[in-house]
Design a protein around this ligand. Structure first.
Ligand SMILES: Nc1ncnc2c1ncn2[C@@H]1O[C@H](COP(=O)(O)OP(=O)(O)OP(=O)(O)O)[C@@H](O)[C@H]1O
Ligand SMILES: [Mg+2]
Length: 234
């Protein structure tokens, strides 16, 4: 089910609210009646002050967290009605993530990190997995770091591995939470160039949280999260 007649919508929310119960019966209002509509293959940036709820919103949109009320439609499925296993099944192979702090598995090599989402997938043939992962690492410029553990990679290299892992299953949508937040300007610019390049190549829908207004302005739509809602920036 979608809330508009437009079947080109990858992600849509209606009256989305997130409150966190606090001690003594009070609650913290993070998101209130938030609406968002994201078309397939477009890019959306979300900026906002620290603590405004950007990471909370991404977690909800990706089905990692559940709203207090309101609805979220991802690929025409109302994820607020799905249980955790059903949400995980919907994400598998269709939703990618990139985080500020890379979130690679410490004990796995770069190659094994990138192979992981394909090993979890039911649609990729096991004989193809290694080849696809090597090709993904080549596409982010790391053909000679396959056996490196994350701790032996620079921050920029770790984020390249994270990009390869995110795109290797060719997700329909990618959520990125401050993907350049832990990188210097030059390395961050390289990561963004790669990210936009892969997004265009695979026609991925991109929802990116960032503190960088220049970067946000490169996306098709730029929202600011303020007063618990999204406001379009001109
Ligand atoms: N589980 C929780 N329990 C209590 N408070 C929470 C919880 N999760 C988030 N918050 C609060 O909700 C607010 C929004 O947090 P969130 O991490 O979404 O902000 P953000 O916009 O991503 O900030 P930043 O730019 O610093 O990453 C914060 O004030 C945070 O303390
Ligand atoms: Mg955050």
């Amino acid at each position: 089910m979608v809330y508009t007649d437009n079947n080109n919508i990858a992600l849509e929310t209606k009256d989305l609210c997130k409150k966190i119960p606090l001690a003594a019966g009070s609650s913290l209002n993070i998101l209130h009646n938030l609406s968002l509509s994201v078309a397939y293959a477009t890019s959306v940036a979300i900026t906002g002050t620290s603590g405004s709820g950007k990471t909370t919103l991404l977690g909800l949109l990706a089905g990692l967290d559940i709203p207090t009320s309101g609805r979220i439609c991802l690929f025409e499925q109302d994820i607020s009605q799905l249980n955790e296993d059903e949400r995980a099944a919907l994400r598998l192979g269709k939703v990618g993530f990139v985080f500020q702090s890379f979130h690679l598995m410490d004990n796995l090599s770069a190659l094994e990190n990138v192979m992981l989402p394909l090993e979890l997938s039911t649609t990729t043939r096991s004989g193809e997995i290694k080849e696809l992962a090597i090709s993904a690492l080549e596409s982010v410029g790391l053909p000679d770091r396959l056996e490196h553990l994350p701790k032996r990679l620079s921050g920029g290299e770790q984020q390249r591995v994270a990009l390869a892992r995110a795109f290797v299953s060719q997700p329909k949508i990618l959520f990125a939470d401050e993907p350049t937040g832990n990188l210097d300007q030059e390395t961050g610019d390289e990561i963004i160039e790669l990210l936009f390049g892969l997004q265009k190549q695979y026609q991925t829908t991109l929802v990116m949280v960032t503190h960088d207004k220049d970067l946000a302005s490169q996306c098709d739509v730029h929202y600011t999260l303020q007063n618990h809602q999204l406001v379009v920036q001109a």
